[in-house]
Design a binder for this molecule. Structure first.
Ligand SMILES: N[C@@H]1[C@@H](O)[C@H](O)[C@@H](COP(=O)(O)O)O[C@@H]1O
Length: 241
């Protein structure tokens, strides 16, 4: 685990975007793992800027997102498909059929998990995965207690996660109760993982990640064993660390 210390959200986004762009230039057919949430929005904005200014092309790239709410079609403005289109995918030259997000509205969501996992494997796994962290240490939507060997699966969201994500929905009652998420084993299988952490509200989570033992009660700790796990964290999140 390597920690890159940055001043603020802007510098974090800059560093992360630089890393993604450098990887893309080296390998234009990169399989990139993407995350939602507020944290990566700045990184996506800089990727779009780079595409527009410098012509960096994503035509041969493939993306896989970490997760999606169960029961929301892609057109719903709270779905992660909608989010990704809005904040990144509509603004770069990637082929939409190469952008993968679990279908939370599939008739058989159980089967959708199996299909999603197989699709990732068929692409040879994820080269570079961007992840955020939930206040309770969740990655993707893998809530505390999720076994480390899980593949893509359906999870019941904890009240704390639904509350944290209510900021997007307006009311907690509207936040879906379940989600499809890549499993911890799916995420861990990525060749490289970059975690973005910013702000005081994530200080406790980051402190736990740095100091707590590897334990299923704190999902992000699984990544501590990964040989290519980089955290980019700002001063507000790092605190005394
Ligand atoms: N499923 C997503 C996670 O992938 C994300 O890391 C987390 C934190 O979001 P934010 O960046 O808004 O704090 O929110 C959701 O739970």
């Amino acid at each position: 685990m390597r920690i890159i210390r940055v001043k603020d959200d802007q510098e974090m986004s800059q560093k992360a975007a630089e890393m993604v762009i450098a990887k893309m230039r080296k390998n234009p057919s990169l399989t990139l793992g993407l995350a939602t949430g507020e944290t990566p929005i700045g990184t996506y904005r800089l990727m779009i800027e780079d595409h527009q200014r410098n012509g960096a092309s994503y035509q041969q790239a493939t993306t896989f997102n970490l997760d999606e709410y169960v029961g929301l079609p892609g057109e719903n403005d709270q779905s992660y498909r909608y989010f990704m289109n809005k904040y990144l995918l509509d603004h770069i030259d990637i082929k939409k059929e190469r952008t993968h997000i679990p279908d939370g509205n599939a008739a058989d969501v159980q089967q959708e998990c199996v299909t999603y996992e197989r699709l990732i494997a068929e692409h040879g796994g994820i080269d570079l995965q961007i992840v955020g962290i939930g206040r309770n240490g969740h990655i993707g939507f893998n809530e505390p207690g999720t076994p480390f060997d899980t593949k893509t699966h359906i999870i019941e969201l904890t009240p704390s996660t639904r509350e944290a994500n209510a900021k997007f929905f307006g009311r907690i009652e509207d936040v879906p109760t379940h989600a499809i998420t890549m499993g911890i084993a799916t995420i861990y299988a990525s060749k490289e993982i970059i975690m973005l952490i910013t702000g005081e509200s994530k200080r406790e989570a980051l402190n736990n990640l740095i100091h707590r033992d590897i334990n299923e009660a704190f999902p992000a700790s699984a990544l501590k064993r990964h040989p290519n796990f980089i955290i980019i964290a700002d001063e507000a999140a790092l605190g005394e660390n």
